[in-house]
Design a protein around this ligand. Structure first.
Ligand SMILES: *Cc1c(COP(=O)(O)O)cnc(C)c1O
Length: 486
């Protein structure tokens, strides 16, 4: 370990100071300016370090993070694509960044126009009537969308519809959001090829069903080819179709959820539209709806008047408010810059390139890794661990070994359909050279697993921390130095 990699408290030396106000500064005693009752009596329990110690410690620390700007990040279902720097520049423009949310609409026309245009662009991309950009994340969008679904049934006096059908392959947020929305979750089974079993769905559809939540392509990266049939069945039974569009990437500009029969959806701007994510935010999960649900969208709404001016309005049929003001505006700016810089022509190349990259990795690695579902995938796919499991090397071991080679691990142990899931999503922004290097390393790890399994089981070997107890780390995190010292 390098000296400055130590904890800041370990760099502490009694009496060492970063800065101290001089007692006599040419006749001006700065300390005297502070009222006596505001001066602290006991020394704070802070590390005693020089300014240079602090700068070196934190500068080193800042480079320890793994990010899409430092290396390949094939985290399935998360779409860790490159975040163009122009987006950051745009979002930092003081004309926008300096706005106050309570500013009158007349003095924030540019920002409202951006909001309005972005929601229109998304509506176009999705094949739906209108969007709200207010939700803060994908899961928040799901909750909002399900509230729209529930409100729709209530507004028609159809109160008994409280069940939401969710496939067993769904992202964990789907059933969780349905529960938070006060709805009941029923699971529909997947067929061996990963898609929804229509025969299993049919008996579930009765007059207590509010709707179905689906991801298409599903969490296994497979396109649900029977979607039109499913949409017909659900609609005939009086339910609505919710589309989890967190991973809209492979569909961009090619297929529109609205055309597949979906009534409500959310999009993750912080995935598909290249705004940065990870570490808890900030995100944005816009929700789009078909024409018959527009009035139910959350308040406030941005509208365009006959005079071409933009204004903010609270609709009286709305389900209410789900965010403060209009949501994470900075994220919207980045997504808008991304859409405008690609344009319609280039946006529709995103999906095919992401799909090509995913299939290239899948086909190149299926000799060493178990591919439970054959066939062309969309932007991501799932391996069920190593093909040769005889040496006991698990998906977790492989994931940790990848860190030694400078790659972020794929998503592991999700989806839950397989025991050793390894979900890989390269995205469209990676070059063939990067994909080839990843493929080579994955082959190398598979070979190591056969020849030197203990070494792989003890990985990672090059990271600062190598084997935290994962359960204790999550359940009893050590957050202070004092706690660590017992
Ligand atoms: C990421 C993701 C979500 C949740 O989005 P958050 O912004 O993390 O709340 C929902 N569904 C799918 C399929 C996802 O990949």
């Amino acid at each position: 370990m390098k000296y400055y990699d130590k904890l800041i408290f370990e760099l502490s030396r009694p009496g060492r100071k970063g800065y101290e106000l001089p007692a006599d500064n040419y006749g001006c005693d700065a300390l005297k300016e502070i009222p006596a009752d505001l001066l602290r009596k006991d020394a704070p329990e802070l590390p005693e370090v020089s300014e240079l110690d602090v700068v070196r410690h934190y500068t080193n620390l800042s480079s320890k993070n793994f990010g899409v700007d430092t290396g390949f990040y094939p985290l399935g279902s998360c779409t860790m694509k490159y975040n163009p720097k122009i987006n950051e520049e745009v979002a930092a423009m003081p004309e926008f960044a300096g706005l106050h949310p309570l500013q009158p609409a007349e003095s924030a026309q540019g920002a409202l126009e951006l909001y309005y245009n972005l929601q229109k662009a998304l509506a176009n991309i999705a094949g739906l009537a209108e969007f709200t950009l207010n939700p803060y994340a994908g899961a928040h969008g799901e909750l909002t969308g399900l509230m729209v679904m529930r409100q729709y049934h209530i507004s028609r006096g159809d109160e008994k519809r409280r069940k939401v059908i969710v496939p067993d392959s769904a992202h964990g947020t789907n059933p969780a959001s349905a529960m938070v929305a006060g709805l009941e979750v029923i699971e529909v089974k997947s067929k061996p090829n990963g898609s929804i079993d229509v025969e299993d769905l049919k008996p579930l559809l009765d007059d207590t069903v509010a709707g179905i939540m689906m991801t298409n392509p599903n969490t296994l990266g497979m396109f649900e080819t029977e979607i039109m049939e499913i949409a017909k069945l659900v609609h005939e039974a009086g339910g609505l179709l919710y589309y989890d569009g967190a991973n809209l990437n492979p569909m961009l500009g090619k297929v529109r959820p609205g055309d597949m029969g979906f009534d409500i959806m959310h999009i993750n701007l912080h995935k598909t539209f290249s705004t940065p994510h990870g570490g808890g935010g900030p995100g944005s999960g816009p929700v789009g709806v078909a024409a018959h649900l527009v009035d139910l969208l959350p308040n406030p709404r941005v509208k365009k008047g006959e005079d071409g001016k933009f204004y903010v309005e609270n609709g009286d049929k709305s389900l209410g408010s789900i965010s403060s003001f209009l949501g994470n505006f900075g994220v919207m700016m980045k997504a808008y810059a991304y859409i405008l810089s690609l344009g319609k022509e280039n946006l529709k190349n995103v999906g095919p390139m992401a799909t090509l990259n995913a299939n290239y990795i899948k086909e190149s690695l299926k000799d060493d890794y178990l591919l439970p579902i054959e066939g062309a995938c969309k932007h991501e796919f799932v391996f069920d661990g190593l093909k040769d499991k005889s040496t006991g090397v698990t998906t977790l071991n492989v994931a940790k070994r990848l860190l030694d080679y400078g790659f972020h691990a794929p998503t592991i142990y999700f989806p839950l359909l397989f025991h050793e899931s390894m979900m890989i999503e390269p995205t469209e922004t990676e070059s063939k050279e990067t994909l080839d290097e990843f493929i080579e390393v994955m082959h190398k790890v598979a070979k190591e697993a056969r020849e030197n399994p203990d070494m792989v089981k003890n990985a990672p070997h090059t990271t600062l921390i190598s084997h935290p107890d994962e359960t204790t780390a999550a359940k009893k995190p050590i957050l202070t130095y004092r706690q660590m010292k017992g």
